[in-house]
Write a protein that binds this ligand. Structure first.
Ligand SMILES: [Zn+2]
Length: 370
């Protein structure tokens, strides 16, 4: 209980400070970025209509959190993030276990000070609204949005200036930077002993992991309308998702997708769902070694992508809107490949956060790592 209170207190102080610093920037962005944002909203709402990406499910929730579920779902829908109810419940579980008058610990994001919310419904609406805002700003990067719920939206700018994707290292660096700036106020002390060696005592540097312990990534479902398999007819799985011995290097690694057998230059490779082509090119690894070869990435939702590798040829270009089942290319063995096959990936971001595609395709996969 002490730890919870202390976390919340330092977080709230931090956010109040951040808002004061950020406000002028936000106003400028609001004035001049309006048109661009409008276009962005148009684009993303089109995608949402094409394919609303569904997220995983919350787990190990307390009774108190579960009692709030209908209200969380209602406000998630109101703020356009109905696919993230599970994540919001996991977040509430971490914040409060569902107890108290401010179960989302949303007071300071509403009024800039601790304890101003005295009604769980006000807390839930504000928490959902605030999470929707940081998720939008984080361009759908769930981990970045979660950490920003704890650190404040300044963390998003910090990450976007340093590669754009959440990492644990960036969370530690940001926390250490803020702690260095603010420690003389005397309002901060290290809540987690693990944060001490880094002097990263601002907020909770392990907040993402803390929330995600209540969230099951592997329980991903395809949302409205199931996906179809990327190859018509009977599927031959030649390699599952997860841990394996790499076929070329012979070393243990994580297989980031599923491999399906196909006939070189013959078998059409089709889109598992409707979406937009965000990458269609010949891919080589950044160190110059063979990569995915002819590679197509389709965006189905804000944080839901599929990818198709080693094609002999591509039949779409970046920017195309594709239907479910539309041919994206032809089976091949280009790039880092030992023979004709389709390497199929499902992920939450274009180049990372892979998921086991088996459940999305309705396959009972034995894939190890999830
Ligand atoms: Zn593969």
């Amino acid at each position: 209980m002490m730890r919870q209170t202390a976390t919340t207190y330092s977080k709230q102080l931090a956010r109040g400070w951040l808002w004061k610093v950020l406000l002028p920037y936000l106003l400028i962005i609001g004035l001049f970025g309006g048109a661009g944002l409008f276009v962005f909203f148009l684009a993303s709402s089109t995608l949402d209509q094409v394919f609303p990406g569904e997220e995983g499910e919350a787990m190990h929730l307390s009774e108190a959190v579960l009692e709030h579920k209908p209200m969380v779902a209602r406000y998630a829908e109101e703020y356009g993030i109905e696919q993230h109810v599970g994540l919001l419940l996991a977040l509430m579980m971490q914040e409060s276990g569902g107890r108290g008058k401010d179960p989302m610990q949303a007071s300071e994001s509403l009024c800039g000070s601790v304890g101003c919310i005295q009604d769980p419904e006000v807390s839930i609406e504000q928490g959902v609204k605030y999470f929707a805002a940081v998720l939008e700003q984080a361009e759908g990067d769930i981990k970045l949005a979660l950490q920003s719920y704890n650190f404040g939206p300044g963390f998003i700018d910090y990450v976007q200036e340093r590669g754009g994707a959440y990492t644990q290292e960036l969370a530690i660096d940001f926390s250490a930077m803020m702690y260095h700036r603010l420690k003389d106020t005397g309002d901060y002390s290290c809540i987690r002993p693990e944060a001490l060696p880094y002097k990263a005592c601002y907020g909770d540097i392990y907040y993402v992991d803390a929330v995600l312990q209540y969230y099951d990534y592997s329980q991903v479902v395809a949302g409205k309308g199931d996906w179809i398999s990327p190859i018509a007819g009977a599927l031959t799985t030649t390699s599952d998702y997860g841990r394996r011995t790499h076929p070329i290097s012979g070393r243990p690694d994580i297989h980031t997708g599923m491999d399906f057998g196909c006939i070189n230059h013959i078998t059409p490779i089709r889109s598992a769902g409707a979406g937009k082509v965000i990458y269609a090119d010949f891919h080589t690894s950044s160190d110059g070694s063979p990569g995915y070869g002819n590679y197509v990435i389709i965006q189905h939702g804000k944080a839901l992508f599929t990818a198709y590798a080693h094609l002999s040829s591509r039949k779409v270009v970046k920017g195309d809107l594709v239907e479910q089942g539309q041919t994206l290319g032809i089976c091949g063995t280009t790039g880092s490949s030992t023979g004709p096959h389709l390497h199929f990936e499902a992920k939450r971001a274009p180049w990372k956060d892979h998921m086991n595609p088996g459940p999305l395709l309705g396959l009972s996969s034995e894939g190890g790592a999830s």
